[in-house]
Design a protein around this ligand. Structure first.
Ligand SMILES: Cc1cc2nc3c(=O)[nH]c(=O)nc-3n(C[C@H](O)[C@H](O)[C@H](O)COP(=O)(O)O)c2cc1C
Length: 191
């Protein structure tokens, strides 16, 4: 593998938001490959704590206003905004695919929970980079309503929603990424 290609892919990955998605469908085999790549994330004691529920035009994401209604339900009136409610609904409708990201806590608790969250993060990065390589837009969303999703999806023991991953085709070039220099975040100890 050409390391320069990997460097470029990593730097090119961006959060691409649903308002930029087009109507062009994502072939299902690509979604399978994204999940396959997510599944290769590192995992302490091989707990493989990532779980996914994939929504592609199902009644839940198309007809149900569950997340928007949950937003209305849990948001104190002084913080409530119609714009956020509409955005919640429109994100779901614009996306080709919504993957609900779920953490499966090891039921024997063989590793601390933070290690499982870290492994899930690695899985999502695999998925996100793979989407970038396919030219597909995606972003990890963590709305305040995610706890409500635990109830709606009747998750089994030890499972907890960790966000939604929106996916869609896009054409408008994303804005350039920005990061502070890694040198400011690194201490070297050379011999
Ligand atoms: C754990 C996690 C949760 C995130 N949740 C949100 C979110 O709720 N809303 C949002 O707009 N972006 C969310 N993002 C995406 C970030 O906004 C995005 O990665 C950041 O702006 C940097 O942009 P880039 O990924 O294009 O470099 C999340 C990212 C991560 C890793």
């Amino acid at each position: 593998m050409d390391p320069n290609k990997l460097n470029e892919l990593i730097a090119r990955r961006r959060a691409i938001f649903p308002p930029f998605y087009t109507d062009k469908p994502i072939p299902e085999e690509i979604i399978h490959q994204l999940l396959e790549n997510a599944n290769w994330a590192p995992t302490h004691k091989r707990t493989e704590p990532w779980r996914f529920q994939v929504f592609r035009g199902s009644p839940f994401d198309r007809q149900d206003n569950y997340l928007a209604d949950a937003y209305t339900k849990i948001t104190p009136s002084e913080r409530y905004s119609d714009t956020i409610r509409d955005k919640t609904r429109n994100n779901i409708l614009r996306a080709d695919t919504v993957i609900v990201l779920i953490l499966q806590r090891d039921l024997q608790e063989r590793v601390p929970e933070w290690e499982e969250v870290a492994a899930l993060g690695a899985a999502i990065q695999n998925l996100w980079l793979s989407a970038t390589a396919f030219g597909i837009g995606g972003y990890w969303s963590t709305p305040g309503t995610i706890r409500e999703l635990d109830t709606r999806l009747t998750l089994p023991k030890g499972q907890r929603t960790m966000g939604l991953f929106y996916l869609g085709q896009y054409e408008t070039p994303p804005p350039p990424g920005t990061r502070g220099p890694v040198a400011d975040k690194t201490v070297w100890h050379n011999g």
